[in-house]
Design a protein around this ligand. Structure first.
Ligand code: ZN
Length: 438
């Protein structure tokens, strides 16, 4: 049904069902645009037609792996058009890309990203964070995880208070050093890099945090993902031992888990629009908003490049290849590979498991390549909160079904939530998952 182009809900065009400003999206169906709401299931909406937050009626079409699909009532029904409001389609129907830059081949990106990581250091506070999460010095070294600095604007405008200031090169120095080292003149096709014509120089986008490599099946670094530390988004000063800024007269503090207030000496977590999510793809892509509304996708970063979502494969020569774990998140994936000594595939999100089954030009998918390396069983290890999180449970079951349906030997995993939510938390505490063969 979907034809590959998804238009994500945004702040200016939120999801009419759940009101979310990300995650939900529109896509072209057979008869017009359909809305995929990814929170409706989790938020226990009934599978029924709903009046959207924009006052229009939305007809429930189907439930696909816990994504509820809706069609705007009146789109195809002249009789109901008046009721549905203006009757205008919610988004343009045809999308045109302007000056689109495709990512370079994995082999090239591997060279560039390895050069990039070799020029960065892991800041003390990030090192301490990983140590607290159970990482050993050996794991940290082998993982190649480094600290990515705040953007150059934030740096030159003093957004980051002194103890948090980066000891790494600026984004522009970093790009220049890579070009010098590799003896090349352009970083076109490298997600994260873009060209600044006013100063005739290449530089990088990307937020401050931990730069984590995403590996392909051959061990090449094909992308980077950044586990944010939230520095450089707002101008902060140190207060009560934390970077802090004022919003609506209130002191807001930051740590690796995001923003919080201090109430009676304790941390009270809060949600802020600009601090949503923990991990971002490293990419130099932001579609021009005004043009997007007209159905034209034009990157605001010159020669910049979109990353898209990818699985990462953590596999070492000494690994026992019979069993392969499938989990969510790069940090969890890498850590589990170190601890369990088996190959681990990390998904960028539990809802993106279909990436595992995408076939390449030779008709093989990632799972086939892993089977070719000796893997006989794929075990799904999503977070243990699935018993209370309907969406995680739905994706977990859907992935297991899909594995069996496609002829792979599959296993589920279980452990008590008290031992930790994620597989990495469990392993860090010395626990071990229970495998349940299907
Ligand atoms: Zn939604």
């Amino acid at each position: 049904m979907a034809q590959g182009i998804f238009i994500n809900c945004t702040k200016t065009a939120p999801c009419p069902i759940c009101g979310g400003t990300d995650w939900c999206s529109w896509f072209q169906g057979d008869r017009g645009y359909l809305l995929s709401c990814k929170r409706a299931c989790r938020d226990m909406y009934n599978k029924q037609d709903l009046c959207g937050r924009d006052g229009k009626m939305y007809r429930f079409i189907s439930d696909k792996n816990c994504q509820y699909i809706y069609e705007e009532a009146g789109q195809h029904d002249a009789g109901r058009r008046k009721y549905a409001g203006a009757g205008k389609p919610p988004v343009p129907r045809k999308i045109k890309y302007v000056d689109r830059v495709e990512p370079a081949e994995d082999g090239i990106l591997d060279v560039v990203y390895r050069s990039l990581l070799s020029k960065l250091v892991l800041e003390d506070r990030h090192y301490e964070y990983l140590r607290k999460e159970g990482w050993t010095d050996g794991m940290i070294r082998e993982s190649m995880i480094k600290s990515f600095p705040e953007n150059d604007y934030a740096r030159s405008n003093g957004y980051v208070p002194k103890p948090y200031k980066s000891s790494n090169p600026t984004h522009m120095q970093l790009a220049g050093d890579i070009l010098d080292e590799l003896g090349i003149s352009s970083l076109k096709g490298v997600p994260g890099a873009y060209y600044k014509p006013d100063i005739d120089a290449w530089t990088f986008t990307g937020c401050s945090g931990l730069a984590m490599p995403v590996y392909n099946v051959d061990g090449q670094i094909k992308r980077l993902r950044i586990r944010m530390d939230y520095m450089g988004i707002k101008k902060c000063c140190m207060k009560n031992g934390f970077p802090s800024f004022k919003e609506n007269g209130e002191d807001i503090y930051l740590d690796m888990s995001g923003p919080f207030l201090i109430k009676d000496g304790a941390k009270e977590r809060i949600k802020l629009e600009s601090f949503s999510g923990k991990v971002r793809p490293f990419q130099s892509f932001y579609a021009d908003t005004a043009l997007k509304e007209k159905g034209i996708i034009k990157n605001t970063y010159m020669y910049g490049c979109e990353s898209k979502n990818h699985c990462s494969i953590y596999c070492n020569s000494g690994n026992n290849m019979e069993l392969c774990i499938i989990t969510e998140g790069e940090k969890k994936g890498q850590y589990s590979n170190f601890k369990l000594n088996v190959p681990v595939i990390s998904l960028p999100g539990v809802n993106s498991y279909m990436l595992l089954f995408e076939k390449d030009g030779s008709g093989r998918c990632l799972l086939d390549y892993m089977a070719g390396k000796g893997v006989r069983i794929f075990a799904v290890a999503f977070d243990a909160d699935r018993n209370t999180n309907a969406a995680v449970m739905a994706y977990y079951n859907a992935l297991l079904d899909r594995l069996v349906e496609n002829g792979y030997a599959a296993a589920g995993t279980e452990w008590s939530m008290e031992l930790g939510k994620g597989l990495d938390d469990l392993l860090a505490k010395g626990g071990f998952p229970q495998f349940i063969m299907l």
